[in-house]
Design a protein around this ligand. Structure first.
Ligand code: NAD
Ligand code: DAU
Length: 376
């Protein structure tokens, strides 16, 4: 039987990964390890919390003794590591917390897995340490395309488009060049993971994904923050000129990629994950405004006046764009949703789940653990 620890499973992407694994693999044991920081919300997993193959453990990944004891207790065969401090703006204000969780926390998990697995008769046979990382480790790309075509490309580019765009994408061999304390901490954790493979032979895999969007994202990130602000007619703080480009992927497509790579990816490899879906911030913001307005029965574009240009983020990376052709060619993964469909689904979800949002903005969600788990 597979017994898998998923770290950060109460967060945005982690909750989608936990849900997918718990539902798809009833024969696996899935242990969600999450510290429940401000970003962790067990309400994200309400629908699966009573499943017999699921266990939630409130713990800090930096706590080596607890991680080691849990791996022994659960006979852990795999780790899918998502727990992290994930918000760039917070990392600018408080870099120490990012180094602690993202670097030391990853190292603590690696060392616990190493000691536990090396003590087993079969050692690393059948084991996996899968580390989820970000495209931000690669730094920033130029805005202007070699061919003179400028983003946004608005829909998933075809392979012909991609050939035409040339090298101006992040590939798996792009040199690391992180700029924010967040991306520097993620880069460092990626290096530790690879070092554990190269030094000890640990079966590791690293993936680097572009910006995710979809249900259950904490409303400090662009899309859920703006959907909520538009609904309540609050200002929309656009950093700088709104010209920065991000490459957006629907979160369930990321979760499907993680499932595929966990099972079929090659040990010691890196895979980039992205949907060839680049947008300038200001263009995506306009799409979000139009969609919220339409779904709330307002006139489309009525809320454009909420756009408020504010001081730029320090060290704001200009453009991210992921080349995910390796994953597509080697494992046959493809994004399932066109962006127009994904954003409609996402806006609809936040509008239909206003209680989820209100529980976060009021702080009520932080009591969920006490109510649900304390006496279990
Ligand atoms: P998130 O902030 O929504 O969730 C992070 C989760 O980790 C939370 O549940 C939090 O409680 C938990 N956590 C934080 N510190 C912890 C600790 N010390 N011990 C145990 N749990 C802890 O993040 P997300 O957006 O879901 O990102 C998940 C992972 O994916 C991160 O590693 C991030 O770097 C990576 N990633 C995110 C994106 C994106 O667009 N959101 C894109 C690429 C990669
Ligand atoms: O690229 C992957 C990364 O995507 C992940 O590794 C990070 O964990 C995730 O947070 C995300 O990072 P970004 O900084 O790109 O996401 P964020 O939602 O914070 O911002 C998206 C863009 O929108 C960015 O260019 C900054 C801008 N922005 C953001 C906020 C919150 C604004 O203009 N105004 C805002 O209020």
């Amino acid at each position: 039987m597979k017994s898998i620890i998923i770290t950060g499973g109460a967060g945005f992407i982690g909750s989608h990964v936990v849900r997918l694994f718990v539902n798809k693999y009833p024969e696996y044991r899935i242990i969600n390890v999450d510290k429940l920081t401000y970003a962790g919300n067990l309400a994200n997993l309400k629908d699966i919390e009573d499943k017999p193959n699921y266990r939630f453990v409130k713990a800090d990944i930096c706590d080596f003794d607890t991680m080691y004891a849990l791996m022994q207790e659960e006979h852990v065969t795999g780790i899918i590591h998502l727990a992290a401090e994930s918000h760039v703006d917070r990392s600018i204000k408080d870099p120490f917390t990012f180094a602690r969780t993202n670097v030391m926390g990853t190292l603590s998990l690696l060392q616990a897995a190493k000691l536990y697995w090396e003590a087993q008769p079969e050692k690393y046979e059948g084991k996996r340490f899968y580390h989820i990382s970000t495209d931000e480790v690669y730094g920033a790309l130029e805005m202007t395309h070699p061919e003179g075509i400028t983003p946004p490309f608005s829909t998933q580019a075809s392979s012909e488009h991609h050939e035409a765009y040339g090298k101006d994408f992040f590939v798996e061999t792009t040199k690391y060049n992180p700029h924010s304390p967040y991306s520097a901490s993620k880069a460092s954790s990626d290096h530790f993971v690879r070092a554990f493979h190269d030094t000890y032979g640990m079966p590791t895999i690293v993936t680097n994904c572009s910006n995710n969007y979809g249900p259950y994202q904490f409303p400090e990130k662009l899309i859920p923050l703006f959907i909520n602000n538009i609904r309540h007619r609050k200002p929309l703080p656009v950093y700088g000129k709104g010209e920065n480009v991000r490459d957006w992927l629907y979160v369930e497509d990321h979760a499907r990629a993680i499932d595929l790579i966990y099972h079929q990816g090659t040990i010691a490899e890196t895979y980039n994950i992205g949907g060839f879906n680049e947008w300038k911030n200001i263009d995506i913001i306009k799409v979000v405004i139009n969609t919220v307005d339409r779904l709330l029965g307002r006139e489309e574009g009525e809320d454009m006046n909420l756009i408020t240009y504010v001081t730029d983020r320090a060290g704001h990376d200009m453009r991210y764009a992921i080349d995910s052709r390796k994953l597509q060619a080697e494992l046959g993964w493809e994004p399932s949703l066109q962006f127009e469909e994904g954003i409609e689904k996402t806006v609809r979800w936040y509008l239909d789940n206003q209680e989820w949002m209100d529980n976060i903005t009021s702080g009520e969600y932080e009591k969920y653990y006490d109510d649900m788990y304390k006496n279990r």
